[in-house]
Design a protein around this ligand. Structure first.
Ligand SMILES: [Fe+2]
Ligand SMILES: [Fe+2]
Length: 474
């Protein structure tokens, strides 16, 4: 169980390590300062119906109740240790899992943790203005839940930095509070986390696509031979599931509402659909294309010696590593990657170790495709002849083998000019953003009411009714 009587709730027996406890208690006010500055705008007095972890066991971990977000009990929760756990892949396979950082991997591991940690506050920053345009109290509560949990994920990474990386770790923990999403001088580390999340369509896309990148990265780190990292990530994954739920159902509800309005009014032309105050399906497709492609870049280069090193040294595994049926060393294995040669996309086999980014990206794409298939069913069930598609994985990429090439959503290699002629049929254009934002000029917060452009969810949070007062504004 988690000890909530301490200043910093935890299940790592923090009180036993006074130096560490003091260091984290020193970081805590800096974190609160960041939350007050960069957390959800104007939200500090709201009482929000939030879940708080009470135990790290999969079945009994959530308690629901009204919390003012600055009073949320952010803390440090790791899955319990499995004394028999081993390093399950790479050259150290079969050794006991490391409880301390191996000296030779110290800086690599620190970089991995900092890169993951940096995404957590970044998304809170990206989403901080969205409360002012929420489509319902239910959705407002959900974004706040996501935000406080991303804050806790930052705590999770900061704990590792403080506990295992000494002074360097403490400095990195401070830098995590100093960078800002989108800032010209001190941006967040990864590209997608410096993009704006300007509206709720973008927010749901972000939580569907980009939080799912988070899931896959956490899954890979949950396999780490460095046991405290693995245990931290396992608990973070239980929280991440809710974020992706918010995204998938959010988009699904938007599609459902659009389809209802199209059917009722017998319209198909996007302009006619917009005139009825809902989001036309081609605009949803363009947002999808954008968020999918910028998220694919987060996996890094298709062929990467860093990825090989992370794996070989036992720091970062594959998706579901221990469930895979092979030697977990991959010295002789191959994996296909694509590249553009002479105006054509070709696929060739490369050493599997160097292709681990690509492999994780492919695992991700598979899961994404399932989700998009579920959205498609909403359209199909309405009897509307529109297909949502995932663009080719080379579309609109800035990292890896496709960077610098102009690939259409169908996977055709184009000239720059040909690409530019179609760019804003494929990606959201300024009119799309303006239209979507025009729908979201104010917030809908009467209990049980939903904005015209989105259908209500099928059920409320924690079995509460849809007209439950999920947020008290005071
Ligand atoms: Fe997170
Ligand atoms: Fe998340």
């Amino acid at each position: 169980m988690i000890n909530y009587t301490e200043k910093i709730p935890n299940n790592v027996d923090l009180g036993r390590d006074r130096v560490l406890q003091r260091a984290l208690e020193h970081w805590q006010p800096a974190y609160m300062g960041w939350w007050y500055d960069m957390g959800p705008d104007e939200s500090h007095n709201y009482e929000v119906y939030l879940r708080t972890a009470t135990s790290v066991e999969p079945d009994g971990w959530a308690q629901f109740g009204y919390v003012k977000m600055p009073d949320y009990r952010w803390g440090i929760f790791l899955q319990p240790r499995d004394e028999k756990r081993e390093v399950n892949f790479g050259i150290h396979k079969g050794q006991a899992a490391w409880q301390e950082v191996p000296g030779e991997y110290r800086s690599t591991l620190r970089r991995v943790i900092v890169t993951q940690g940096d995404t957590e506050p970044a998304s809170v920053e990206q989403q901080r203005m969205l409360g002012a345009s929420c489509p319902s109290m239910y959705d407002l509560r959900n974004i706040f839940q996501v935000n406080v949990e991303e804050g806790r994920h930052l705590w999770a990474m900061v704990y590792l930095l403080h506990r295992y990386f000494g002074r360097d770790g403490r400095e990195e923990a401070e830098s995590l509070l100093a960078r800002r999403s989108g800032d010209a001088d001190n941006p967040r580390i990864l590209g997608a986390f410096n993009e704006a999340t300007p509206d709720w369509l973008a927010f749901y896309m972000f939580t569907f696509f980009t939080d799912r990148d988070g899931k896959f990265q956490l899954c890979a780190l949950a396999e780490s031979g460095f046991d405290p990292l693995a245990r931290t990530c396992r608990f973070m994954l239980t929280e991440e599931a809710h974020h992706m739920f918010v995204g998938e159902t959010g988009i699904s509800r938007i599609i459902q509402r659009t389809c209802e309005v199209m059917k009722e009014n017998k319209v198909e032309d996007p302009q006619d659909v917009r005139a009825l105050g809902v989001i036309d399906l081609p605009t949803i497709q363009r947002y999808l294309n954008f968020h999918y492609s910028v998220t694919l870049d987060l996996y890094g280069s298709d062929v990467s010696s860093n990825a090989a090193n992370y794996y070989t040294s036992g720091l970062k595994g594959r998706f579901r590593e221990t469930k895979l049926d092979d030697d977990h060393v991959l010295a002789d294995a191959e994996y296909p990657v694509s590249e553009v040669v002479g105006g054509k996309i070709i696929t060739k086999n490369v050493p599997a170790l160097t292709a681990l980014n690509e492999r994780l990206r492919d695992d991700y794409i598979e899961e994404i495709a399932d989700g998009v298939g579920r959205w498609q069913r909403v359209i199909d069930n309405a009897g509307i002849p529109f297909r949502l598609t995932l663009p080719h994985k080379g579309f609109h990429r800035e990292i890896g083998n496709f960077a610098g090439h102009f690939i259409s959503p169908d996977g055709e290699v184009l000239s720059e000019e040909a690409w530019k002629n179609h760019e804003f049929e494929w990606l959201p254009n300024s009119k799309d953003y303006a239209y979507v934002q025009s729908l979201m000029s104010g917030r809908v917060v009467e209990p049980g009411k939903f904005a015209n452009w989105i259908a209500p969810p099928t059920r409320g949070i924690n079995n509460q009714p849809l007209n439950f007062e999920y947020v008290r504004f005071n």
